[in-house]
Design a protein around this ligand. Structure first.
Ligand SMILES: [Zn+2]
Length: 233
C-alpha cells in the first residue's frame, strides 16, 4: 500500500459549499458529477470527516458516512451511505466501501478493494466495554483487488490475500490466501478465483506451486501448493 497524499478536508469542505451554491442539483447527483469531474473530492454535507483525515482526489463520500481522525483514504474511492472508516485506517485507491460497511482500526485496505454493503472488519477478538485495544499503525490487511461480500464479518488479525473473494454473509476467522475463495461460517477455502472474479480450475499441480486457469477469461496464475491443499472438498 502506498502512502496517501490527500488534501486538507477543510479546503474541500469549502469547495463543496461553493459548488452547492453554484448548482443545487449537484448535491443529489454526486456520482454523475464525480464521473464528469474526476479531480474533485465530493463529501456529502451529512458526512463526518475527522480531524487530520485525508481523502484523495476523485473520492466520493456519501451521506452519513464517517471517516475517523487521521484516517487516510486514497484516490477515486467511493465511501457509501452510512459507512464507517475508523480513525487511523488506511484505505488505498479505487476502493469501494459500500453502504453501512464498517472498517475498524488496525486494518489496512489495499488498492481496488470492494467491501460489500454491511460488511464488518472487526478489530477485537475479546471485546469488553472497559478496554480499548491499542494499535500502532496497520496490523493486518485486505490485499489489493480483494472482494468482501455483503454482510461478511472479517475477524481481527485475519489477512485477506490479493484478488481473494469472501462470500456474502461469511465469518472469516483464518487468513485467506491470494486468489482464495472463502465462504461459510466459519469461512473455509473452497477454491481460487481469477482477477476477473470467476472461479479458476487446476491446470497443473506442483510440489511448491499449483497453476490455476480461469474458467472464463483463461488467465493463469499460480498459488502455493500448501494453500491448494486447504481447499474443502
Ligand atoms: Zn478470469
Amino acid at each position: 500500500m502506498k502512502g496517501k497524499k490527500g488534501l486538507s478536508l477543510g479546503r474541500e469542505r469549502k469547495f463543496e459549499i461553493k459548488r452547492k451554491n453554484r448548482k443545487k442539483i449537484e448535491k443529489s447527483e454526486v456520482n454523475r458529477v464525480a464521473k464528469e469531474d474526476k479531480g474533485f473530492i465530493r463529501v456529502h454535507p451529512s458526512a463526518v470527516i475527522g480531524k487530520n483525515a485525508s481523502i484523495g482526489r476523485g473520492t466520493v463520500v456519501w451521506a452519513f458516512a464517517q471517516v475517523g481522525e487521521k484516517a487516510a483514504v486514497g484516490k477515486n474511492c467511493v465511501l457509501g451511505n452510512g459507512c464507517y472508516i475508523d480513525r487511523t485506517c488506511q484505505v488505498g485507491d479505487n476502493v469501494k466501501v459500500m453502504n453501512k460497511a464498517l472498517v475498524y482500526r488496525g486494518c489496512g485496505i489495499g488498492d481496488n478493494v470492494f467491501v460489500g454493503p454491511g460488511a464488518v472488519i472487526a478489530n477485537d477478538k475479546t471485546p469488553r466495554v472497559e478496554k480499548t485495544r491499542e494499535f500502532d499503525g496497520v496490523e493486518w490487511s485486505i490485499g489489493e483487488h480483494a472482494t468482501i461480500g455483503a454482510n461478511a464479518t472479517v475477524l481481527p488479525d485475519v489477512n485477506i490475500g490479493r484478488n481473494a473473494t469472501v462470500g456474502a454473509g461469511s465469518v472469516v476467522t483464518a487468513h485467506v490466501p491470494d486468489h482464495g475463495l472463502a465462504y461459510g461460517n466459519p469461512a473455509k477455502l473452497h477454491g481460487f478465483v481469477c482477477e476477473c472474479g470467476e472461479k479458476a480450475l487446476l491446470e497443473k499441480e506442483g510440489k511448491e506451486t499449483c497453476l490455476m486457469k480461469c474458467s472464463k477469461c483463461g488467465k493463469s496464475f499460480s498459488v502455493k501448493s500448501e494453500d491448494y491443499k486447504r481447499i474443502e472438498k
